[in-house]
Design a protein around this ligand. Sequence first.
Ligand code: BEZ
Ligand code: FE
Length: 292
Amino acid sequence: MRNVTKDNITDVFMGYLAQDTDPRMREIMGSLVKHLHGFARETNLTHEEWRQGIAFLENCAAIESPDRHEFVLASDVLGLSSLVDMLHSQPDATSSSVLGPFHISGAPPLPVGGDMKRHYGGPILLAEGVIRDHAGQPIPGAELDIWQTAPNGLYASQDAEQDTYSFHGLMTVGDDGRYAFTTVKPVEYTVPSDGPVGDILRACGRHPWRPSHLHFIAEADGFRPLVTEVFPEGDPYLDQDTVFGVRDDLVMQYEDMPAGSFPDTGFELSGKVPDAYLKVAFDLTLVPKAST
Ligand code: BEZ
Ligand code: FE
């Protein structure tokens, strides 16, 4: 088509999509361009605004590194990551939630009952639960990848003071499907806001805070991996998570446990916690891989 106009350009683009290419690719590119063109028409996008958008992408690329995933962060604060998550949520499984940019592979093994707190100060949290299938049966040998920030609100990869895997652990559950560990009560924290995504948040009058949470990836043979988080009831940011990760079934009560009640056995810290502590019980339900 030679005579391209503002009214026919979207159809012209569709006509350029070769019919013998991958149909899903055609569907995605066609829809993406239809919505991009619709967005420009609806907002009467100016050259200057278009340039700002391109500069945003360039600025994301400029600071992207193995420890800084600015494009993922952009997707997170725009709600795209959570929308994709929810589009594919499994009705019988525990809700999934954002992976975020701070998961690292290769976390050291953490035995059932192990401690992630180590020398760090702060309220002790005992977290435990069972990894189950959709029929409620424990899944023996399931793996639980666990991570959170240190009490300063920073993940290990953001903080030169922490060693590579601090507050990261990989637990393999036994026949009873039960996981259990101690840690420091997670804190609320801000997502990185010193880059282009921070500029967008400020331009939209938004804050960068997330409610406090523990991250989990549960995996077992034959089951769909579950990426999720657990949040404490009462956190001030539950209703305004900047990355839209909170779901009702992921909000749990952190129970106040009295001094002297820490389990005598079964935990690395057994016999070492005379004071009051907190406890959260959170079961995770996985669904078989085949159910889509
Ligand atoms: C996180 O919870 O680690 C996270 C999620 C999305 C963006 C930034 C951080
Ligand atoms: Fe996080």
